[in-house]
Design a protein around this ligand. Sequence first.
Ligand code: SF4
Length: 402
Amino acid sequence: MSDATAIDDILDLAVAGGRLTPEQGLALLEGADLLALGAAAHAVRTRLHPERVVTYIVDRNVNYSNVCDSYCRFCSFYAAPGAKEGYVLSRAALARKIEETQALGGNQILMQGGTHPEWDVAWYAELIAFCKSFGVHVHALSSPEIQKIAAVSGISVRETIERLRAAGLDSIPGGGAEILTDYARDAISPLKCTADEWLEVHREAHALGMRTTATMMFGHRERAVDRIEHLDRLRALQDDALAAAGGRDAGFTAFICWLFQPTHALKADEPAGGAEYLRTLAVARLYLQNVRNFQSSWVTMGPKVGQAALWFGCNDMGSTMIEENVVSSAGVSYRMLSPEIHAVIRAAGFVPQERNFYYEPVEARFLDSPERLREVVGADPKNLALPAEAFDQVPASVAARR
Ligand code: SF4
C-alpha cells in the first residue's frame, strides 16, 4: 500500500468517526495533504454540528495580576515577585472592567494571572467571590494557578477547587497546558506544573461536575510526537469524564489551539505560519472527536486565518476579546467587537450565533455602531479601562452587513 493510500484510509477512518491511533495521528500530521486534512476535519465538524452556525461569546479577559514565579521561557507577561513591574488589580479596577463587560453585552469574565508564591486559597476565594457578586459567569484560574494555590495553602487540589467553587468559580480555563509532555515542558516552562499536574486539576474538576476547556500552544520546542501525545492525553481524560457522566455532556466544553508567537521572549527554531496552524488544528479535530467544540484562534492568527479555521474543523469563534494582555504583551494580538465578529463569520459562509459558556444560544445584545457603543460605555474613551482602539474596530458599514 502506498503512503498516499494509507493516508487516505486514515482520513476515511476519521471521517467515519473511527478513533485514530497515535501512529495514525502522526502520519496525518507529517504526511497528509493540507486541503485533504481540512476537508476531513470539516466533515467531522459537520457531523458533530450539522447546522451552518458558528458561535461566539462576549466576554473579557481579565488578568488580575502579572506576578508570577514560574518564569516560563516564552512568557513576556509576567513580573517576578517583588519586581516594580508587578501589579495587582484593585477591586475598583476589577469592578469597572466587569461592569464595562456587562455594558457591552457580556456575561462572562475569563480571569487568569500568574503563580504567586504567597497567596492562598482564602485570598483567591475573596477574589472570586467579588467577581461573582456582579452576577457574571466566572471562568478563572488555570491549572498552574490552582496547583500553586493548593501548594501554598497546604491542601489538596480537590479541596482547593471545592473552596473556589463555593466562592463562585464556575469553570476552569485550559491555560498553561502548552504541550502536555515532559520533553516540551522541560524546554519552555520547567518550573510550571507538570503535564500530570495540569491533567490532575481538570480530572478533579470534572469529577466535581465542573466543566473546563482544553488548550494547546504549539510551534516552539516540541516535536510532532509531542503534539500527538498531547492530544492523546486530552482524549483519554475526556473519555473518563464522559464515562463517569453516563451519557451526559461533561468534561471539556471545547478545545482551543494556537501557534506560539516567536516575538515572545523565546524564539522559535523554525517559525511556523498559518498553514502549520491549520494542519495541526485539522489533525486535532480528527483525533479529538470526543470534545464537541473547537474554537478558532483568531486572536493570535488574525481574522483571516480565523475564517479559514472555520473550514478546518472549528465551529466557534471564541471570545470577542474586549481585552487581551498576555498574547498582546508579545506583540501579537487582534480584537473584534460583536458586530465585526458577525461580519467575519458571515463572510466565511456561516451564520453567527452568540452563546454562553455551555454553548447554549443566547440572544445577541451587541451594540451595532460606534455611536451606540460610545453612548453605553461613556463619551470619552480615555476614561475607560476598555482599550480606546476598540472603538476604531467597529466600522460603520459592519452593522449593515451583519
Ligand atoms: S506563562 Fe503564566 S505561569 Fe508562565 S511565566 Fe507567564 S504568567 Fe507565569
